[in-house]
Write a protein that binds this ligand. Sequence first.
Ligand code: MN3
Length: 199
Amino acid sequence: MTFSLPNLPYAHDALAPYMSKETLEFHHDKHHLAYVNNGNNLLKGSEWEGKSLEEIVRGSYGKNAALFNNAGQHYNHSQFWKWMKPNGGGKIPGALEKALIDSFGSVDKAKEDFIQAGATQFGSGWGWLAVVDGKIVANKAPNGESPLVHNGKPILGVDVWEHSYYIDYRNRRPDYLKAFVDHLVNWEYVAELYHAAAG
Ligand code: MN3
């Protein structure tokens, strides 16, 4: 397969004021496109040509850093656009809510641990909720890494590279993370991934 840039599932201005049109124009139209183009160039003639995106991400990790960085970021961003929606952050579907309570003690604690993971990722990277051994865990990873390469199944991720929030929040990464959780997360999509991951 070759990588292609997915369309945003909403208009560029649909997530304002929590994520601006300008941020999405740079982040989706330029940053994500660069990962797609660089990834396609690096994929050509490699042993991963013709594999699925997840196979490429897992296979290139630790073996081909340049390909991994671009394929990993293509995977992360393709999901990231779907992890958000206009008027997001509302009610969490029942079965996912129960799973969050079982894993963290409460929904508030799950949100707090997710925000904390993103806030404490030093430098560029992502904050994650992932299913590991049937439980949901919060963690963080640098650069283009994700739970996919750490024996987990990602169900929610937030980009904490500065390009994701600096236009709208400047250096206030914790404010961005709180707005992401309170106003942007598409919990229905997270629930869909949770059910697929938990079987
Ligand atoms: Mn990004």
